[in-house]
Design a protein around this ligand. Sequence first.
Ligand code: ADP
Length: 616
Amino acid sequence: MKNTIQSILSKYWGYNNFRPFQEKAISSILDSKDTLTVLPTGGGKSICFQLPALICEGMAVIISPLISLMKDQVDYLKDIGIAAECLNSSLNSADRIKIMNRIKSGDLKFLYLAPERLRLESMKEFLKDVKLSFFVIDEAHCISHWGHDFREDYRSLGIIKDEFEGVCVHAFTATATGRVQEDIVKQLKLESPHFYIDSVDRPNLTYRMLRRSGNLIGRIVEVIKKHPNEAGIIYCLRRADVDSISEKLNSLGYKNLPYHAGLAGEVRKKNQDKFSAEKVSIITATIAFGMGIDRSNIRYIIHAAMPKSIEHYQQETGRAGRDGLPADCYMFYSGSDYRTWEHILADSSQSQIMIEKLKAMYNFCGRPGCRHRYLISYFNQDYKKENCQACDYCLGEFDMIDEPLAVAQKILACVKQVREKFGANHVVEILKGNLTDNIKRWKHDQLSVFSSLASETKVFIRNMVEQLLEQGILSRENEFQTLFIADLGYNVLSGEMIPRLAKPVTIQKRKEVEKKRKIRHDIDWEDIDEQLFEALRAKRRQLAAEKNVPAYIILGDKTLKDMTRIKPVSREEFSTIFGIGEVKLNQYSEIFTKIIKEYLVLETQANFIDEADKKS
Ligand code: ADP
């Protein structure tokens, strides 16, 4: 069997090896055991169920929450030569009948369905007469109230076990805490399922949390400039922010399209299609731009504001680098995002849980420490690396202060001495030792903490206050933004807990960081011919437009990069490229080797002219 699955992998997908967990998940499915697999985005979930379905007798039914997701997977399967279809509202009745006839005649290996369609009595009856290999529930976290993206229709999927006796159910998701996992098993009525829980870590993503101050557009532009011609998403909190940021960027010459629920359905679809087809590189969006994003080469995500939970952050940043190549995630956050969410969530039916999640998110932003470790621990997993080499903290982009406990205790003592009745500005002035009118009026110059941080700048002290707020050591409450000592603050006052405090980033530090970043970028592109890469990309874009599918369905960036390294000029050489299976070889070898040959001729001519110039 090992040889069979290995040869199917290389025949259809063109990969030489499985990722470690894939083989295990595949063999459980082949052993007819229910399974729950939790793998990060880009981890390679699809192969885990697509490959065994090719071996099992009958057709696999895949439940997927979005039409765009289904279309994407079906297009991909067809392009590698596998019979797959979806039944959804976008089809006319003639097409639907055609597909149903193909199902009846046992012609299809995969049928993609939305959960609401499976609930229809007529659909269930129809499927009961069909030989089914198994059911797959994709994006299974949608079934749980404890997850995000909760979908009422997913709740009804327990019927599969009741009505399709003996048919296995396999659940897949990218983000599920322990609680969500339990809920998935319970709701789907999985029978002694096998669990495959891989680390939710995304080592190819570099996380950076930056406090939002000054000119946000300028800072967004700085990021875009680091990624010329590369795909990126800018996430905003409100629709109005999307409109204004999108407009400003366009007026500055950074072409981008907006996406939010306030736009007409056809405008949204058009914008998303242009992004998928690589006709535009940047989308400015609210979280409505979600699960259905079908582009695997997104190289950066910018959060123009903080999301409401780590689950959301993980999901949104998870859209970057699905091809396994490096990608950057930048977050511009501020205390005002926290307050906006707090206000919005106060009315939610589960406000207490939501506020806890919000606090964890804010803490994640404001606590200088390894970002990968924090994310992984949040999902109850261990992080084994000492240094992730892929976050602002581990890349040395912070300067930690020497005596965090002493500084924090002085700030907390000040808040206590003013009896938790004043805001941050006043507290900063006291610690700095300024005789403002308010300080004279309240005689706060007589407090023992007065001028206890006199040697620091006001900017520094304010920055420390903000970090204590972000880390849940101080809290800011009521309409006057009064500072209070939070529960954790007492642990700091007693010396049981030492906060992590970093100095504000100086211009010098930013320059150093930039230099290091550039060196890393150059290493990523070391043996890749960027000019040839662009030529291959243009061809891919053209083919995608002709077939009306997203560009990555044709070939992924990893495949194009491999081509620029190996420069195959024959069918045989082309077959050794990463991601080239039998069908892709037949379809694309001639087209791409032709471009490479032409490029090599031009390169030789250019070298020849160079040599001649040198001699003359
Ligand atoms: P997920 O559904 O978990 O987000 P996908 O199934 O879309 O991930 O796979 C992510 C990427 O990894 C795709 O480009 C896929 O082709 C690639 N991939 C999956 N398995 C392998 C493998 N064994 N070897 C190489 N690439 C793989």
